[in-house]
Design a protein around this ligand. Structure first.
Ligand code: DX5
Length: 233
């Protein structure tokens, strides 16, 4: 795994995905994440079409909104995201991230998200060239690199994602969006976090690294923070 470093002093945000949380005690799991000092909560919205599994819709976003003061990101792994963006914004999320592959009109949808007063994120599957994002980078608030094929938690980080993280950082910087983060989603854990951050990511979705049966949420988040501290981040 190459570790070419992207020089940055920006702090790194940790956003646990509730995909791997225990949904029978979701309020407690979110409270544990809050207490552990995470920065965001990430919701993996799946419709059974764009990706095989089905998870939840905007009602879950409303429920999570009522459970935490943290900002919430909705990652829409759905066909026809245009049919759902308004509901997630009304549910109180702070960022909506759409897949470039899921719509013919990514530019219009990102404008719609921004007009709704929330951050507009764009993401892409590991098999989609980053050049597909060129026309929308100037209007997005973040690029999210999928470092696994979306649909499931607990998968192995795809090492080729590191070059894509660097490329995404260069694309944002080239159009003056230095403050827009490169987010990474999939396989973020203690052993991959250094290379991911050194490649230029500053916003990390972590599902199974935070919610698992090996350790408490507090210990899991502390483990990630120690790995970031070791980088001076
Ligand atoms: C799509 C989901 C997952 C999840 C992260 O598959 O977006 O990537 O959030 O899961 P981990 O961190 O367990 O790979």
């Amino acid at each position: 795994m190459t570790t070419t470093t992207h020089k940055s002093s920006q702090s790194v945000a940790i956003a646990p995905s509730i995909l791997n949380a225990d949904w029978t005690r979701l309020a407690e799991q979110i409270a544990d994440a809050e207490a552990a000092g995470v920065d965001w909560i990430s919701l993996d919205v799946m419709d059974g079409n764009f990706v095989p599994p089905i998870t939840f819709g905007a009602q879950m976003a409303s429920a999570v909104r009522s459970l935490t003061y943290l900002p919430i990101e909705a990652h829409l792994m759905v066909e026809h995201p245009e049919d759902h963006i308004g509901d997630f914004i009304a549910a109180g999320v702070n960022c909506v991230t759409i897949h470039i592959e899921s719509t013919r009109h990514p530019h219009r949808l990102l404008q719609q998200i921004a007009d709704g007063g929330v951050e507009a994120g764009v993401t892409l599957n590991p098999g989609t060239p980053l050049s597909e994002l060129e026309a929308v980078v100037p209007i997005c608030d973040r690029i999210q690199i999928m470092s696994v094929n979306p649909g499931w938690g607990g998968q192995k980080f795809i090492p080729e994602s590191l070059d894509r993280i660097r490329q995404a950082r260069e694309m944002l910087d080239a159009c003056g969006r230095e403050s827009s983060p490169v987010a990474v989603d999939g396989g973020v854990n203690e052993s991959t976090i250094a290379a991911i951050v050194n490649a230029g990511a500053t916003w990390l979705v972590a599902g199974s690294a935070v919610y698992n049966d090996r350790e408490s949420v507090a210990d899991a988040v502390a483990r990630l923070r120690r790995a970031l501290d070791a980088l001076g981040r």
